[in-house]
Design a protein around this ligand. Structure first.
Ligand code: BG6
Length: 484
């Protein structure tokens, strides 16, 4: 795509997602020299803004991007345009098309005959289908590819997700659609496939004979803070477990793909997701944060728009069983929550006890992928404590990215994924059958939780979550160690 003209059209350009994620990611690509100088970034939204107003609105978030300078920002803004229009108006989208033709021709498309368009739908999913059906007939490039990026939530259960997929399929082919799950673009998550399949070391151990439990953790140190009205409709299971964390699980558990082609990789993910038994209420524990008297942090129901009697989960721990030859009986535990004690996302693969225990109760080996903050892969091992004594100590073989790869800046997940869309690489995007397999696991339990079948356990804002969650995890065989 680098030699041809490309336009990135951000629909919903004045919204939060565009301002905080999409546009800074495009700027990040520009700073790395990966967004061609001929590329136009065209914001589209209802607000009647001048181009200068648009630049003023997006600049504060762009200035924060690593490596930004006044000069580079000025050049990038020179590539950023704005068109205002309604989302239900064919005429407005036709005017967008005319503006795109003008920009593409200016960038040399009339000579090369090539012009590609990437439409980023930074819009609420409920309007995806209708907006797409309005712009598709009038605003697509006739001189190159057209690709469409959409963001979760894709529906709120299996049926509504299938409906959304079917509605979009009336307008776009599966190949034109890129369903983003930004956890698939995180550097340490991308390393899972490399680490597993480019090294022999762990391959013989990667199964139920040697692995006792796998735990995937996601913690955020802030609550819903004003987004409560929105969050109450969703809950933590739909917000991060059914998508981001289940994707991490699939990467950890899938079989070796036949090749690295997008279809082969996604075939394996679908296969392993289909082996997961649907969750029941016994497999999940939910919590909801309450005010912290000491720090003055509010409880979930103190947030505007959250009903006082809400049973919405802001914390959940669930145990999954993968019924296949490799994993049957190994609990895969996902634990996630808002308003906890720290920001952390990691995958912990805990091995079984060493047979025979020559050294008494040596701690188990554990391989940890730290997704954030500070990306790392480390293996917790036992070693002899140096000195004249015979004591053992638990220590780590450590691949912390910032010390091992000091010169590399780690791209933001959105940057990586937008680069993939521009290159046409679908490997790290969610295919329709994958989405269906993921919803199938949660459908029944989510309906029961929506009906208020379970009262969430309270936990204090800033704590580790409900105490019962530790018991839940311990009961499934996970042994806590130092930095857990
Ligand atoms: C989003 C969720 O998808 O992911 C948010 O809707 C959550 O609630 C966010 O905060 C977490 O992403 P990251 O990249 O900050 O870990």
């Amino acid at each position: 795509f680098r030699s041809a003209s490309v336009s990135v059209i951000v629909l919903g350009a004045s919204g939060d997602l565009a301002k905080k994620k999409t546009l800074p990611a495009l700027y990040g690509l520009f700073l790395r020299g990966l967004l061609p100088a001929e590329a136009a970034v065209v914001g589209y939204a209802r607000s009647d803004l001048s181009r200068a107003d648009f630049h003023d609105r997006i600049s504060p978030n762009l200035e924060k991007v690593d490596g930004s300078s006044d000069d580079s920002l000025a050049v990038f803004l020179g590539q950023c345009h704005y068109v205002s229009g309604q989302y239900d108006s064919s005429e407005d989208f036709a005017a967008l098309h005319d503006e795109l033709i003008r920009l593409e021709d200016e960038a040399g498309a009339s000579e090369s005959g090539e012009a590609h368009r990437l439409f980023y739908l930074a819009l609420p999913p409920k309007v995806f289908a209708s907006v797409s059906a309005t712009f598709e007939p009038v605003a697509m490039s006739q001189r190159g590819w057209n690709r469409v990026v959409v963001e979760k939530p894709f529906g709120r259960d299996l049926a509504s997700s299938n409906e959304l997929v079917a509605a979009l399929a009336e307008t776009f082919t599966e190949d034109q659609q890129f369903r983003i799950d930004h956890y698939l673009g995180k550097e340490a998550a991308l390393n899972m496939v490399v680490f597993r399949f480019a090294n022999l070391t762990f391959q013989p151990l990667w199964n139920r004979n040697y692995i006792s439990t796998v735990e995937i953790t996601f913690k955020e140190p802030f609550g819903t803070e004003g987004r409560g009205g929105y969050f109450d409709e969703i809950g933590i299971v739909r917000d991060v477990m059914q998508n981001h964390l289940l994707q991490l699980l699939a990467l950890t558990a899938m079989e070796r793909p036949i090749s690295l082609s997008a279809e082969d990789v996604r075939d394996e993910k679908v296969k392993v997701l289909r082996c997961i038994e649907p969750l029941t209420l016994d497999d999940i524990l939910i919590g909801q944060y309450v005010a912290n008297e000491e720090t003055g942090k509010p409880g979930y129901t103190d947030d505007d728009g959250v009903p006082d009697d809400s049973r919405c989960a802001t914390f959940a721990t669930a145990a999954f069983n993968i019924r296949n030859e490799r994993w049957d009986g190994v609990p895969f535990i996902i634990r996630c929550g808002k308003a906890l004690n720290e920001r952390k996302a990691n995958i912990r693969i805990q091995l079984r006890d060493t047979p025979g225990q020559l050294f008494g109760d040596a701690a188990r080996n554990e391989l940890v992928f730290r997704i954030q903050p500070s990306e790392a892969i480390y293996l917790k091992v036992m070693a002899k404590k140096p000195g004249l004594g015979d004591e053992l100590v638990q220590t780590e073989l450590d691949l912390t990215y910032h010390s091992r790869f000091p010169c590399e800046t780690i791209p933001d997940a959105y940057e990586r994924l937008l680069y993939d869309v521009l290159r046409g690489d679908r490997s790290h995007f969610v295919r329709a059958d994958e989405l269906e397999a993921a919803w199938r696991i949660f459908d029944d339990v989510l309906h029961k939780l929506d009906d208020g079948a379970v009262e969430p356990l309270p936990y204090v804002y800033g704590s580790r979550g409900p105490d019962a969650a530790d018991d839940f995890v311990a009961a499934r065989g996970y042994v806590r160690s130092g930095d857990y």
